[in-house]
Design a protein around this ligand. Sequence first.
Ligand SMILES: [Zn+2]
Length: 455
Amino acid sequence: MGRPASKPIHRRAVLVVCDSLRADLIGPEATPRLFQLGAESCRCENHRSVFPSTTRTASASIATGCLPRNHGLLGNVVALDEGRGLAPVSTGRADYRDRIRALTGRVLTRPTLAQRLAESPLSGSGGAVIFSNATPGAAHVQDPDGHGTLYHRAGSHGPGLRPLPPAQHLDTLKGIEGDAAVTDRFVEEAVLGGEAALCVLWLSEPDFTGHAQPLGGPEHRLAMAAADACAGRVAEAVERLDPGGERVMLIVTSDHGQETTRRVIDVNALLVEAGLKAAPDSTDIVPTSQGTAAVFYAAAGARERIPALLEFLQGQDWAEAVYGGATLRDVGLDSGGLESGGLESGGLDDGGAGNGSVLAAAVSMAKSDAKNEYGIAGLSDIMFEEGGINNPGRGQHGGLGAYEQSPFLFIRGGGFPSGTAIARPTSCIDLAPTILAHLGLPLGGMDGRNLQGVQ
Ligand SMILES: [Zn+2]
């Protein structure tokens, strides 16, 4: 297997995402390979996710280098009007890509790394190759328009969204075993066996287990160890390929952390009770659960209720931070111009919901710094989601809490000196410009910055 390490190669970047792994849980015993990799890398010690800190928003931000308000994917759930009024739609569904394209003509509003590579001189290398064991939605936003090659259980495609032959399809499930199988193929086919300028591996752990088991408990620790082993295998393969680390930059990171669910709040029912929403399934004011955050949409005919909604939210003990109008921009969202145009101006749009609806408010749910039974700090209320993950005592994320906003980021090679640290705040929007700079491609149109030279 693999090519001789001496074979000449162009510059490449290898990106591994250990979904949900918190920076403070990396250590010599829990995750020995990552701990070692951190020592060999440039460590970003104040790394942050985006808001909402959900996998799909973060995946789109990693792929585009942009904040959610600019790439257009505003959460794990969004409110769309597909002809029957505003309703919540999970962006993780396999059909979300086609539904949002049918409604708005696009999936994301900024180009992905896969697209930028396909339009560059590096397209001949195969551009971007992505192996994802996340939800279909989180996988799709890495390459929604089929510029590169994407392997995922919901469907694997090559350039032009051309389906790959069945023998090449990836058929793994979330969890430890699936992640190990995806890593096998990623190392063999993408890292060692291919020449793609960008290789992305998205593991499901420790997120998958963390949502179902207590953080720091035996099952969660096994899941962290499994993600650690997968990341370690990729790091070894990259070292074999390019021992000096000059040509192949390795980025190992997570998209967000997790906190322990404290209370599950039925926000929808509370809005109905407060007279702000006509009925649980009404299309006037539509809250969407982002786990430990909530994002509220208002239909065109319900915009006059937004001030009352904001006042209501500010009085709730489960709402720690409330954003609306201009302050949505402070957290990377946008009301669609509501703050400047006023409630009466027409033509406003939240970036995809349709029919004049707007983003009315966003809430990061209430937190506590207390520890769970395994000594893992950080508790948070969550918004109940019909059919979603509503598990008190188990992991969740989505808000602005200290721990869910503490993913890790290690960069090895590519000119980043080993054994160093960046103390300034960094964000998952900085990955795309850092990768493009390493590959020698232009950086325009992104919110993030190249981390090369930042201290
Ligand atoms: Zn995630």
